[in-house]
Design a protein around this ligand. Structure first.
Ligand code: UDX
Length: 451
């Protein structure tokens, strides 16, 4: 298959490199000249484990190339994927589709022969219809089938997710697109990854419904965590106890400081807006959005309480800035609101992140200072707050931390540590939803009968 990938951002680059690795011939297109030049020099503009090697290998094999010239790439292609950005529109929370529609117009003018045009970007229900309308209006002679094929890639695990998906979702209205869609995913199909064929609108909704459900699942366990603190239960045990029920499932039941990232906050808002536009409401998701927003400030209050109830003049060391580990992505990272709230309460914040500090600096107040290691961050601190669960923070040297800190206090917003273990080192420990004794937690994780 000859593929043109329009948009060489996160989704476009990962998908393009993976399709090339399947043996297809892929041209990744982007308007940003600097980005394409960097890619041609072998520099990857985003941090994604394994992506640099995958790109290099496929460029070397002649299956993957980069260009700023959309027309040539589209003219030569059997399939054109639209993977441009769909940010939240400022002010109203709607997905901004101007890049998608601009791409549709350019594609319409460049296609030759029968071409499958696939929207990979996350787009609201009905966007496929509009893309098709724009193409037909711009060039009535264009012979296209417009397909919806959402991605379900997690940052930091995107290549694995692409190559071993739980499912592939394909929404089409024109049967001629079915065979090319099977062909382009053939290696996965052979791996027995199910392909769900459905209508274009259902496919578009599947993406939003999936992300909204996951955001709701996280928010559910976060609320249960709050309740655990009130009633003296342990959310780690509750999570395991409910997650072993196959109907519930154990994933995305980890309590923490609230979800962030480029997808969940944007997609939940867009789903709420879509429902409102149709005179309907997804009230569970409206509530999910509100609870998650409030949660970040609640986490700052937790830190302030651990500092003795008053943050004025206190130094707080924050470990982890990115919205999750193994990415440099700071979009909607809980650290941003937590740090702001701590500063508003009068604390001085020193932050450390293994990868995300450069990306974080423009987004954080100038008064935040940065440290090169957890130990440097902890020097003179009144509390250490673990916000993002990087592996580098999973085996901290507590004796060294204690010697460096003004007060040995750990606020573990990801429940990485066992409260007992931390207490043994003379620390005050505050986790999320863990009022129960640490013994309960360990017993439950080992699978022994914990109450
Ligand atoms: C997500 C979806 O998983 C993916 O399918 C979709 O295509 C894009 O959005 P991503 O944003 O990369 O992927 O991150 P993910 O690993 O899903 O985590 C999202 C947020 O939820 C993070 O802030 C994470 O810390 C938080 N989270 C996740 C929890 O707080 N608890 C959990 O149990 C799981």
């Amino acid at each position: 298959m000859k593929i043109a990938m329009i948009g060489s951002g996160y989704v476009g680059l990962v998908s393009g490199a993976c399709f090339a690795d399947f043996g297809h011939s892929v041209v990744c297109v982007d308007k940003a000249v600097a980005k394409i030049e960097a890619l041609e020099r072998g520099e990857i503009p985003i941090y994604e484990p394994g992506l640099d090697a995958l790109v290099a290998e496929n460029v070397k094999a002649g299956r993957l190339s980069f260009t700023t010239e959309l027309a040539g790439a589209v003219a030569a292609a059997d399939m054109v994927f639209i993977a441009v950005g769909t940010p939240s529109r400022r002010g109203d929370g709607h997905a901004d589709l101007s890049y998608v529609y601009a791409a549709a117009r350019e594609i319409a003018l460049a296609v030759t022969g029968f071409t499958v045009v696939v929207t990979k970007s996350t787009v609201p229900v009905g966007t496929g219809d509009e893309v098709e309308r724009i193409i037909r209006e711009t060039n009535p002679a264009a012979d296209v089938a417009v397909v919806s094929n959402p991605e379900f890639l997690r940052e930091g695990a995107a290549i694995g997710d692409f190559k071993k998906p739980d499912r592939i979702v394909v929404g089409l209205e024109d049967e001629r697109a079915r065979e090319p869609m099977v062909e382009v995913y053939r290696p996965l199909y052979l791996n027995a990854s199910p392909i769900v064929f459905t209508s274009r609108r259902s496919s578009e909704l599947i993406k939003y419904a999936a992300n909204a459900f996951l955001a709701m699942k996280i928010t559910f366990i976060n609320e249960i965590a709050d309740l655990c603190e009130e009633v003296g239960a342990d959310v780690q045990a509750v999570s395991r106890g409910i997650g072993l029920d196959n109907r519930i499932g154990s994933k995305f039941l980890h309590a923490g400081p609230g979800y962030g990232g480029s997808c969940f906050p944007k997609d939940t808002l867009a789903l709420v807006k879509t429902a409102q536009d149709h005179g309907s409401a997804v009230r569970l998701i409206e509530t999910t959005v509100a609870i998650n927003d409030q949660r970040k400030r609640a986490m700052a209050r937790k830190v302030i309480a651990a500092c003795g109830g008053d943050a004025r003049g206190k130094v707080v060391a924050v470990l982890g800035l990115t919205f999750k580990p193994r990415t440099d992505d700071m979009r909607e990272a809980p650290s941003l609101s937590i740090i702001q709230a701590l500063q508003d309460a009068g604390a001085k914040v020193v932050a450390h992140d293994p990868v995300g500090m450069e990306a974080a600096k423009p987004l954080l107040d100038d008064a935040v200072s940065y440290a090169e290691s957890p130990y440097e961050a902890a020097a003179g601190a009144d509390a250490l707050v673990l916000v993002t669960e990087w592996d580098q923070f999973r085996a901290l040297d507590f004796a060294r931390l204690k010697a460096a800190m003004r007060a040995p206090v750990l606020v573990d917003l990801r429940n990485v540590y066992s409260p007992d273990e931390v207490a043994r080192h003379g620390f005050t420990y505050e986790g999320v939803g863990r009022a129960a004794t640490a013994g309960d937690v360990e017993a439950s994780i080992l699978g022994t009968a914990a109450e």
